[in-house]
Design a protein around this ligand. Structure first.
Ligand code: NAD
Length: 303
């Protein structure tokens, strides 16, 4: 059994990963500043070190005696990256460098969260890891920077790592109240209370929505694939879903009539986002993703 440092373990995805690691008998030490994460998300059995991932000394101390690190802490908001460029950069890129720096002397394996935002408006679809990335936001640029530094740390220090480009993740414990929430948690929250939902543009924009359990499966498998080659993989379903279909599916699960309110299209929004899961499926041995409807039902059950 191993001991893992899990940064961002009080967040949405981190809390599910902590649960899975503990269920497998591992010890979990969480480093989190509780900025968007919550105490109630800290899984029983995990220990919390309250601290900032961009504080190199705090990260070094938290990494004492662990066998590997899952690095999920980030300001996971494109909007905040617009308003607070330097502050988000400090957490999203410098924080990752602090993790690599602390892991490098012992060559501890690091599995870290990248994002589909690194692709920006790259194409053609489906996006493959070999597609040339064209980030459209500071958030996406910083995530791409994490990948480049992972490669450099692998070359220079022999640091083993694996980066996972998550597409649109959803599931229980995703906070619908946050202004940065994903569309699924907002739709589930509103439709389960019989309220209408806003759709920007014609609602035919598509996303690749992946249930959090599939993301956890990828994270767990990636720990064995961390290498100085610093592999990067998409974590997605390869299935496009329009925002309109999403709203219809959630409304049908809630047994309510859909009240869809049309809003003007949002400037700069990507029309379609779709990943290829071929590389991750082969490298991580992932099974069939949870069907969207089942993931939505589980999310609604939690609400
Ligand atoms: P989240 O906001 O729920 O979790 C992030 C956690 O990091 C929170 O607990 C927060 O308190 C913590 N944190 C933030 N800044 C910190 C700091 N300076 N020091 C220590 N802890 C800090 O977000 P999430 O959806 O669980 O995202 C987890 C990771 O996955 C992030 O790296 C995010 O960029 C990435 N990601 C998420 C999605 C998605 O759809 N949710 C998609 C792509 C990538």
């Amino acid at each position: 059994m191993a001991t893992y440092l899990l940064t961002g373990g009080c967040g949405f995805i981190g809390s599910h990963l902590a649960e899975a690691l503990l269920a497998r008998g591992h010890a979990v030490r969480v480093l989190d500043d509780l900025s968007t994460g919550k105490m109630e998300n800290l899984r029983p059995g995990a220990t919390l070190v309250r601290g900032d991932v961009s504080d190199a000394a705090a990260v070094r101390a938290a990494m004492e005696g662990v066998d590997g690190c899952f690095h999920l802490a980030a300001i996971a908001s494109v909007e905040r990256g617009v308003r607070e460029l330097l502050a988000t950069h400090r957490v999203n890129l410098s924080g990752t460098l602090a993790v690599f720096d602390a892991a490098a002397p012992r060559r501890l394996p690091v599995v870290y969260a990248s994002s589909a935002a690194a692709y920006g408006d790259a194409g053609p679809l489906p996006l493959e890891e070999t597609t040339y990335p064209r980030p459209l936001s500071a958030y996406g640029a910083d995530k791409l920077g994490c990948e480049q530094h992972a490669r450099a740390a692998g070359q220079v220090h022999g640091l083993p790592s694996c980066g996972l480009r998550f597409f649109n993740v959803f599931g229980p414990r995703q906070d619908p109240k946050s202004p940065y929430s994903g569309v699924i948690s907002i739709f589930c929250d509103r439709l389960s209370r019989g309220e209408g939902v806003d759709v920007y543009g014609d609602g035919e924009q598509t996303r690749d929505f992946i249930f959090v359990a599939d993301v956890v499966a990828a994270l767990l498998a990636a720990m064995d694939k961390a290498s100085p080659e610093a592999p990067v993989m998409n974590v997605c379903t390869g299935e496009p879903t329009s925002v309109r279909t999403l709203a219809e599916t959630i409304a049908s699960l809630c047994g309510v009539a859909l009240d869809l309110r049309s809003k003007p299209a949002r400037l700069g929004e990507i029309r379609h986002s779709l990943g290829s899961r071929a590389r991750a499926k082969a490298a991580l041995g992932l099974g069939t993703p949870v069907p969207l409807r089942d993931g939505l039902a589980a999310t609604l059950d939690w609400m």
